[in-house]
Design a protein around this ligand. Structure first.
Ligand SMILES: CC(C)(COP(=O)(O)OP(=O)(O)OC[C@H]1O[C@@H](n2cnc3c(N)ncnc32)[C@H](O)[C@@H]1OP(=O)(O)O)[C@@H](O)C(=O)NCCC(=O)NCCS
Length: 437
């Protein structure tokens, strides 16, 4: 098989857990004005079509600011106050015209089905409507914002119905009031309100050349809400234009969106890389503590089995069947990221002998040496103390030095709890280590 095909097959295999994890979930995707204006928009639409075909429910929110600026600069210039455009009637007419054109162009791109395109054979339905309800900004500090509005609410139920019938929903930064007026809205605000109203799994902001920090390692680009707040406070002057996006991300996570991905969509394929590979490429703000340890559930058995199989093959871990894992699942804890199990560990308690075994401690090979192994061990130690047990032990063939560095001491097999000794595999010849807590 050509080398390239092996690579493609490996990538496809890597994507499988993500395809499964994202299927049936709702993603609200904001596409910034600069990305919409790029010639590469067609390939982004192909990628979005693929994501939809893989079972993700998509709501696309289109940003129009730069396009509006370009159009109206020919005749006049908008003035802004507090980052709001003052929308007079002429400007509103221009916005309606641009919104119609952009929406039609996007619909056309979703309709391509030529045999030699990635969208061959796809039949995609795009819908839009009066799903955004608006209210006027009104007069503030004496300034009349005229046709500039704020989101009042989102017709979440109606959007959900469209998504459930397999339609892709497009929203524009225009909202309608009960009086029948049309208001110019901030598209990022529309995206935020929509994601919250739909309780969407993800809000994804596709920006042009978004770069938050230098060449930091990718794992450092993940922030929980508090870290993101700190980041906003410390944002250097040169990055101030990124502040509104981070603030929206924080707001969304404080409501009920689980994850906000801020992505440089000028990179070809960035969206697919973010959604269907282990690392992703985005800046991520999450409502959860990233890499949090949690008790394993039955539906983690597949992920744990996949994680430990290469280590079993290498002889580093004792073989465990899925059935055994299912039976022992309550004794396991895992570190999960986006549906992928990155690490696991089990604590088997020998209550009669006031001891507990740390077993099946494993970290995904691509995620080792980042402290996850010691974090999982500390967690198991704490669990042991909470259970009133202050001696833990481990059996290992290839990780002796790691356990010694974690404060374990070598012990004889005879010192192990009786039940464990009875099961000891002399052929495997593991060494035993213990730690007093
Ligand atoms: C052992 C293991 C759980 C550690 O996880 P981890 O997340 O990589 O560990 P940490 O980040 O906390 O520690 C990393 C340090 O341990 C060292 N280390 C990792 N495995 C080691 C081993 N087998 N022997 C000695 N040191 C080891 C690393 O070199 C690193 O040290 P460094 O930063 O000085 O280079 C992981 O390597 C693993 O899954 N190993 C295979 C499974 C196994 O043997 N489990 C134990 C049996 S229950």
């Amino acid at each position: 098989m050509p080398k390239n095909s092996t690579f493609q097959l490996d990538s496809f295999r890597e994507a499988t857990p993500y395809i499964y994890a994202h299927r049936g979930k709702t993603f609200v995707i904001y596409i910034s004005d600069n990305i919409l204006a790029k010639s590469s928009i067609a390939s982004l639409i192909h990628d979005l079509a693929l994501v939809h075909t893989l079972g993700v429910k998509l709501v696309l929110v289109l940003g129009l600011r730069a396009l509006i600026d370009k159009k109206i600069s020919k005749t006049s210039k908008s003035s802004f106050q507090n980052n709001w455009r003052i929308t007079d009637s002429k400007t509103l007419d221009a916005i309606k015209e641009i919104a119609g054109c952009v929406k039609t162009d996007i619909e056309a791109l979703f309709s391509i089905g030529l045999i030699n395109t990635p969208m061959s054979g796809m039949e995609l339905n795009i819908v839009s409507g009066n799903y955004v309800r608006a209210k006027p900004v009104g007069i503030r500090d004496g300034i009349d914002y005229q046709h500039t509005g704020e989101v009042r609410n989102i017709a979440a139920h109606e959007i959900q119905q469209q998504l459930d019938t397999n339609n892709i929903v497009i929203l524009l930064p225009l909202g309608y009031s009960k009086t029948g007026d049309i208001f110019n809205l901030s598209s990022i605000d529309v995206a935020n309100h929509t994601a919250c109203a739909l309780e969407s799994e993800k809000l994804i902001l596709l920006l042009d050349k978004f770069k938050l920090v230098g060449n930091k390692k990718q794992s450092n680009n993940h922030y929980n809400i508090n870290e993101a707040k700190e980041l906003v406070k410390k944002l250097p002057k040169s990055k101030q234009q990124l502040k509104p996006y981070l603030e929206v991300a924080i707001q969304a996570c404080l409501e009920n969106v689980r994850r906000v991905h801020i992505l440089d969509a000028s990179q070809p394929g960035a969206l697919l890389e973010e959604l269907y590979t282990l690392d992703g490429v985005a800046t991520l703000v999450t409502a959860e503590t990233y890499d949090e340890i949690r008790p394993a559930r039955l539906d983690d058995v597949g992920g744990i089995a996949e994680l430990i199989q290469p280590l079993i093959d290498k002889g580093a871990l004792v073989a465990r069947t899925r059935e055994q894992l299912e039976l022992e699942i309550k004794q396991f804890d895992v570190i999960e990221r986006d549906g992928m199990i990155l690490a696991c560990g089990a604590l088997h308690i020998f209550a009669d002998e006031n001891a507990a075994e740390v077993a099946c401690l494993a970290v995904h090979s691509e995620y080792q040496s980042n402290g996850r192994g010691s974090k999982m061990l500390s967690h198991l130690e704490k669990k042991s103390i909470d259970a009133g047990i202050n001696l833990i032990f481990a059996l290992t063939t290839q990780t002796s030095h790691w356990f010694i560095e974690q404060g374990f001491k070598s012990i004889k097999i005879e010192s192990l709890p009786m039940k464990k000794r009875a099961l000891y595999n002399y052929q495997r010849n593991s060494k035993a280590y213990c730690k007093q807590l």
